[in-house]
Design a protein around this ligand. Structure first.
Ligand SMILES: Cc1cc2nc3c(=O)[nH]c(=O)nc-3n(C[C@H](O)[C@H](O)[C@H](O)COP(=O)(O)OP(=O)(O)OC[C@H]3O[C@@H](n4cnc5c(N)ncnc54)[C@H](O)[C@@H]3O)c2cc1C
Length: 557
């Protein structure tokens, strides 16, 4: 019998941070993940985590202002205040747990400056910050004997009387579906990167949690807000961290000019990501790119600094392009990286569905608004991962009964068996590639009514075709063919919500830049967009942005 007070789906930073909080509160807690915890995408985070530490004269209000300006005033300011105020305490906690942050010459925690920040407040572990944090949090959960359903895949949320009471999940190793009952469920399932091709994200970033929540009626908020990172490696899109520009690297066009001087005279390469990506794309579109790219130039940093601070980037550059960063600039271009939008939650991770919580990249408490600042996502996972556990602890303490449902399991078993039984259909990979291309060209750095419409029609067409896909592997054990097919459905559902958000937001704000409506429109669109399903029907609506003390201003870098 699988039964818990709190079930956490996802073992990245948000999930593990939530798990620790829940275990420490004495709750019967379980973590469930489709991959081994330390293979979650959090392990790929390179650059760092932001915090304003008072002992060095920094203050959280300045961090909050940078974040809000970075968000193009779409972030909810109360949420940003919470995140920035709680950052220092959480950072020190991580240090005490064992995360060995890089030091400065005096032996104190070192910082680097990240984009859109007025000062250096990004703490890091070389260029492996996410991996270092993830391993430490995982060790802490092992120490607490946490129960982990490792390599289990959630296919459905169980809703009873309008409340979430657990999940249906497949043990990938045996192919068996089981009900896992819980008084509350926290989704910490990460991002959606692979809906776009190329992407800096791991292949497992397929938006499962967003689709699961959307399926049971939770609202997805600001889904059109897709971040393109300015320095994805030419070709495959592997990330070259903002840490490079944080350490002083330049961006050059084909004339060898530092073109950011024209777009962001004060912040230059360290303007916010939406601004830098648009500048790069403009250079490329106007013929000053090189094979659809611009150049990231680290040469002046010198070999020893590159090796010490940007070692991982150097490895990637040599391995994938045969380029030594100390000797040659490397071609980069804007590459899909992050979704600011997600499952709408309150400050305690509560979604629209009682008993269902969400945190990390799959959630949207709205600290990133229309554009996330680098190194604010790791902070978001830690602060709101922990808070979502507090929300779930309180909620589950009031629940006595636990799910009895068997019917859902039978329906789900039938649905999946149908997929296995289908023959001679299209392959999932074909549809997945077509989706990736359509989304990148339609919902790109620049977009307009027509491009969004084409992308949406393509997604609708793929949703129809999905029903006729078939898989080759008919076996039960570790059927990755089947998992790929199930993930494709999640991706298509989420892709549609992105298109709906984009077609409805009739302004340009942050990452949502329309060439047919280039101005920000605070009068009509200082608003969140929502897509949700009621009785199977897709609904679109808007809600107000929470403003505390920072009035929207013109955004200049
Ligand atoms: C290359 C790269 C570099 C980055 N660098 C930085 C950085 O330096 N600083 C920063 O702040 N941010 C960075 N980011 C963003 C940041 O890393 C992520 O937003 C954050 O780590 C997401 O954490 P998470 O806990 O929400 O999800 P993830 O770490 O993505 O974990 C998701 C978890 O959900 C599980 N899961 C998903 N679906 C299912 C399912 N159906 N069933 C069971 N389990 C499921 C997965 O197995 C996994 O354990 C970077 C992102 C990338 C891609």
């Amino acid at each position: 019998m699988y039964e818990h007070d709190i079930l956490i789906v996802g073992a990245g930073l948000a999930g593990l941070r939530a798990a620790l909080e829940s275990i420490e509160a004495g709750k019967n807690t379980a973590i469930l993940s489709k991959v081994h915890p330390v293979r979650s995408h959090s392990c790929a985070a390179q650059g760092g985590i932001n915090a304003a530490l008072t002992d060095r004269g920094d203050n959280w209000e300045d961090h909050a202002l940078s974040t809000i300006k970075g968000s193009d005033y779409l972030a909810d300011q109360e949420a940003v205040e919470i995140m920035c105020r709680e950052a220092g305490e959480n950072l020190i906690d991580l240090e005490h747990m064992g995360v060995i942050f890089s030091r400065d010459e005096e032996g104190r925690l070192g910082t680097r400056r990240f984009g859109g920040q007025s000062v250096a407040r990004t703490f890091f572990v070389g260029a492996i910050t996410g991996s270092a944090m993830l391993h430490v949090l995982y060790e802490q959960t092992v120490k607490q004997n946490a129960q982990v359903y490792e390599e289990w895949f959630v296919t459905k949320l169980i809703i009873e009387d309008g409340e979430c009471r657990g999940v249906i999940a497949m043990d990938i190793n045996s192919g068996k579906l089981e009900i896992i009952k819980a008084k509350s469920v926290i989704l910490a399932t990460g991002g959606i990167g692979r809906i776009f091709e190329p992407s800096t994200n791991a292949l497992i970033c397929t938006g499962d949690g967003l689709a699961l929540a959307y399926d049971v009626g939770a609202s997805l908020m600001d889904m059109e807000m897709i971040q393109y990172h300015p320095t994805g490696l030419a070709g495959n899109g592997i990330l070259l961290s903002e840490g490079a520009r944080g350490e002083g690297a330049y961006l050059l066009n084909s004339n060898g000019e530092r073109f950011m001087e024209d777009y962001a005279p004060e912040y230059l390469e360290l303007a916010s990501r939406d601004v830098v990506s648009r500048a790069e794309q403009t250079e490329i579109n106007e013929g000053r790119g090189i094979d659809g790219c611009v150049l990231l130039d680290c040469r002046h940093l010198g070999k020893s600094k590159i090796e010490e601070k940007l070692g991982y980037l150097q490895e990637v550059a040599i391995e994938f392009r045969g380029i030594d960063l100390a000797e040659q600039p490397i071609p980069v271009k804007p590459t899909m990286h992050y979704i600011m939008g997600g499952i709408k939650t309150d400050f305690m991770g509560q979604t629209d569905i009682p008993g269902l919580f969400a945190a990390g990249e799959c959630a949207n408490v709205s600290v990133h608004g229309a554009n996330r600042l680098g190194a604010n996502s790791l902070l978001d996972t830690i602060v709101f991962g922990r808070r979502s556990a507090r929300g779930a602890i309180e909620y589950s303490s009031q629940i006595n009964s636990i799910s009895k449902s068997k019917e859902e399991l039978n329906n789900e078993t039938k649905r999946i068996q149908n997929i296995i039984n289908r023959t001679n259909g299209e392959r999932s990979a074909t549809l997945r590639n077509e989706m990736g291309e359509a989304m990148t060209s339609g919902i790109g750095v620049f977009r307009d009514t027509k491009s969004i419409k084409i992308a949406k029609q393509k997604v609708l067409n793929l949703i129809d075709r999905y029903e006729n896909t078939s898989i080759d592997n008919k076996g039960k054990i570790f059927n990755t063919d089947l998992i790929f097919n199930l993930e494709l459905k999640y991706m298509l559902d989420v892709a549609l919500t992105i298109c709906i958000g984009a077609e409805n937001r009739k302004e340009s704000r942050g990452a949502h830049y329309r060439t047919d409506i280039t101005e920000r429109d605070d009068k009509n669109w200082l608003k969140h967009t929502h897509v949700a399903k009621t009785d199977g029907e897709v609904q679109f609506y808007t809600s107000d942005v929470n403003i505390t003390k920072w009035k929207p201003e013109i955004r200049k870098y």
